[in-house]
Design a protein around this ligand. Structure first.
Ligand SMILES: C[S@@+](CC[C@H](N)C(=O)[O-])C[C@H]1O[C@@H](n2cnc3c(N)ncnc32)[C@H](O)[C@@H]1O
Length: 284
């Protein structure tokens, strides 16, 4: 990836692939026309790929709304809005009352930049919504704030999206029209993993849950992309803490499975809890 340094998502996204980019991106083809990041989440992959055109999709319309606002509004406006709300609600690592008042304000007004700011002060920076799609993540006491480091990430991210051809869409993966893709293009999938739990598949969190039906539909989509001559790569785990994704083990035999070493592979935590075997499954 030469001088194109990796940019980290400004959202500290659960299951974000930033740390795995040095392993994953070199496995992508050198030449890509249109690149689709079908389960973009924090967008760590889409933002760092070299391609003629990039489509970042995620069913979570709230997150896509943040990326669109980052794209459409100018940097000055974004920083002024973030810093203005921090001052107005005296947001800090200690002020829970201010956080809750700001959360109410966001839930009544719905500005996407305010949602970004809110998550900066929330528990583990998570995106959790109730079934009315109101943000309901608790306060990140003593831990979460809009730090200088987060501001730097944000500025780098804004610089990157302004310099590349990227669009953000909010569709269920079964609904995104991929019929126009061809041989020069590529689809990357980092779906929720059937045998692990993130806040997007641990209860609905306001959005559709991930289960065996979705998992099968995804294999069907990837098979049909393969038939169309479109290259794909799927990130997933074959085993996790003693559980095994049998469906995936069987289906993936048709394709190439390359192990990806995850962060914890040498830690005592993982030795205790059982290894997770992460892989990239490709059809090229
Ligand atoms: C593992 S995360 C992706 C993380 C991302 N690769 C990154 O580096 O930040 C999986 C994402 O899939 C999204 N998702 C779950 N079900 C979906 C569906 N049916 N269609 C599209 N996106 C979905 C979730 O909202 C979540 O953001």
């Amino acid at each position: 990836m030469d001088c194109f340094a990796y940019v980290k998502s400004p959202l500290n996204y659960i299951g974000g692939k930033f740390k795995l980019l040095p392993q994953i991106l070199p496995m992508f083809p050198d030449e890509i026309g249109t690149f689709v990041d079908l389960f973009a989440g924090g967008c760590n992959v889409g933002i760092n790929v070299r391609a003629g055109r990039i489509i970042c999709n995620d069913m979570n319309a709230k997150i896509i709304g943040i990326f669109r606002a980052f794209q459409e509004r100018d940097t000055e406006h974004i920083l002024r809005r973030i810093e203005g709300k921090i001052a107005e609600f005296s947001l800090s690592k200690e002020n829970e009352r201010g956080f809750l008042a700001f959360r109410d304000r966001y839930n009544s007004e719905g500005d996407p930049i305010d949602l970004y700011t809110l998550t900066c002060f929330s528990f583990n920076y998570q995106f959790r919504f109730n079934n009315n799609l109101e943000y309901n993540n608790p306060f990140g006491r003593k831990r979460s704030r809009f730090s200088e480091n987060m501001k730097d990430n944000l500025l780098e991210f804004l610089g990157r999206i302004r310099g590349i051809d990227i669009v953000f869409t909010a569709q269920d993966f079964t609904k995104l029209d991929v019929s126009g893709l061809g041989r020069g293009d590529m689809v990357y999938c980092d779906p929720p993993y059937l045998i692990t739990r993130g806040s997007y598949n641990d209860g609905n969190r306001g959005f559709k849950d991930w289960n065996g039906v979705q998992e099968k539909a995804l294999y069907g989509l990837l098979d049909s992309l393969n038939g169309q001559g479109v290259r794909f790569a799927l990130s997933n785990v074959l085993t996790h803490k003693g559980a095994r994704n049998e469906m995936l083990s069987v289906w993936s035999k048709k394709y190439k499975v390359t192990p990806v070493r995850n962060d914890y592979s040498n830690s005592s935590y993982n030795t205790r809890r059982g290894q997770s075997s992460e892989a990239l499954i490709t059809n090229y």
